[in-house]
Design a protein around this ligand. Structure first.
Ligand code: ATP
Ligand code: MG
Length: 443
């Protein structure tokens, strides 16, 4: 196979030279056939773990010996090498009670989740594809290896992986597999939050994330019931031609595959169902849905054990998504000060997607967003000051003026406020003078 990286070829060659069958397997075979660059390379082999440790010596890291997995570090890369295995009976819908090694590649492929993930390919490009994964790949179909109910009951994470692969590959889910996903979804409750998080975030950045979530909102609803409240929720509002969930999915389709952006778009209107009020004319309003949504998003992301940094960024964008930052350069500078460049760009992208997912009569607001984007570019090229780092005076200057402790940070922030508001130029002498005055007033 011509696109097999050198470091993988090297591992396969060494195994074969030692007399063991060795194959690339799973996602890397699938992605190579699709012309995509695999994220990681997995090798499956007849060699037992002890033989692997001996063969690769210092290069071998025993990352999961009980499952037969050894990570081989080679040429600055890593390859996961796993002994052919079959899983014993499963407990808790999570993990097998035991695994046994087998000399049969077919048996190893049979324990894998989906047909497109159950193909193996050797050094010479020979394929082993007993479940016709190639055919499903060609047809764009995601299908369980074996009987869906049994496979999902063995390991419930496969339910979410199924939705994830349909999102990232853009594949249709074969009927019996889709029925199995819906039917068994509640079993996902037993899966650790971290594992759910990993699969769900991969799903969110998929090219067809919206399509997959449209088909399987009930799966997300197992860990995020807040999503179910959005499905079919009639907004009764002239800005909108879709219910809250359809609006959200349309917005998601407009958002680039940046994880923070996608997650913020998915959650931007989560606060709408609980804040809904109908006025005397029968129009729907959602006063305060940003703040309520921010709180809900915070809880949802905590539940999935997302990192603090990720959670706080998404929550802030949810809180800010409906703010008017289009009242001239000053409001944009304020937003830049609070959010920083990267998140302000994301906020504009959310506003763009949000608007495009509203009734077409309101798409005229795109102009406002484009203007804000242009103004932002100008502010950045003229090196406008919007952070402490860019301020013409620093903590050390204020210490020299005699300020101490928390007064230093307070004064720096007050100076930055003045500059951002356009009340003072970002010039050293002027800011030092101002700081002196502030210090006197403070005494
Ligand atoms: P990615 O591109 O995200 O790495 P992948 O298909 O390689 O996708 P991995 O989680 O890296 O997914 O797993 C590697 C392979 O192991 C899969 O292709 C599949 O054959 C098998 N596998 C992984 N998780 C499961 C599971 N829960 N049940 C059955 N087989 C699994
Ligand atoms: Mg992989």
């Amino acid at each position: 196979m011509e696109n097999l990286p050198e470091f993988v070829r090297d591992v396969l060659e060494r195994l074969e030279a030692a007399g063991y069958e060795a194959w690339c397997v799973g996602g890397c075979v699938r992605d190579s056939l699709l012309g995509r660059t695999p994220l990681d390379w997995d090798v499956t082999t007849a060699a037992l773990p002890d033989a692997l440790l001996e063969l690769f010596g210092k290069q071998a890291v025993p990352t999961g010996l009980e499952h037969g997995t050894v990570t081989v570090l080679t040429k600055g890369n890593r390859v996961e090498v796993t002994t052919y295995r079959v899983d014993g009976a499963y407990r808790d819908h999570r993990r097998p009670v035991c695994v046994t090694f087998t000399p049969s590649l077919e048996e190893d492929l049979g324990r894998r989740d989906f047909t497109v993930n159950a193909m193996a390919m050797d050094l010479r490009g020979t394929f082993c594809d007993p479940f016709h994964g190639k055919e499903d790949l060609r047809r764009g179909l995601l299908r369980c290896v074996g009987e869906p109910d049994r496979r999902f009951a063995e390991d419930a994470l496969r339910i979410l992986r199924g939705v994830r692969f349909s999102a990232t590959l853009g594949f249709a889910v074969e009927d019996a597999t889709a029925a199995g996903i819906h039917k068994n979804r509640e079993l996902l409750r037993g899966i650790a939050a971290e594992r759910v998080q990993t699969e769900f975030l991969k799903l969110l950045t998929g090219e067809k994330a919206a399509q997959a979530l449209r088909e399987f909102p009930d799966v997300a609803g197992v860990f995020w019931p807040e999503v179910l409240a959005m499905v079919g929720f009639d907004q009764r509002n002239r800005h909108h031609c879709y219910d809250v969930w359809e609006h959200t999915l349309h917005a998601l389709e407009e958002a680039a595959p940046d994880l923070v952006l996608r997650c913020a778009v998915l959650l931007h209107d989560v606060g709408k169902p609980p804040t809904f009020l109908l006025d005397a004319e029968g129009h729907g309003h959602f006063r305060g849905h940003q703040a309520v949504g921010g709180e809900m998003a915070d809880g949802m992301l905590r539940r999935l054990k997302c990192s603090n940094d990720f959670r706080q960024t998404v929550v802030r964008l949810v809180e800010w998504h409906d703010r008017n930052i289009f009242q001239g350069e000053k409001s944009l500078r304020r937003a830049l000060r609070v959010l920083g460049e990267r998140d302000l760009r994301r906020l504009l992208a959310i506003k763009r997607a949000d608007n495009l997912a509203q009734a077409p009569a309101f798409h005229g607001r795109q102009k406002e967003i484009e203007l804000a984007e242009k103004t932002l570019e100008e502010l950045l090229t003229e090196d406008a000051c919007f952070s402490l780092k860019q301020l013409a005076v620093h903590g050390k200057d204020l210490l020299e003026l005699g300020l101490k402790g928390p007064a230093v940070g307070r004064t720096l922030n007050a100076l930055l406020d003045r500059v951002v508001e356009g009340d003072a130029p970002n010039e050293r002498t002027c800011l030092l003078e101002l700081a002196r005055l502030m210090a006197q007033e403070g005494q």
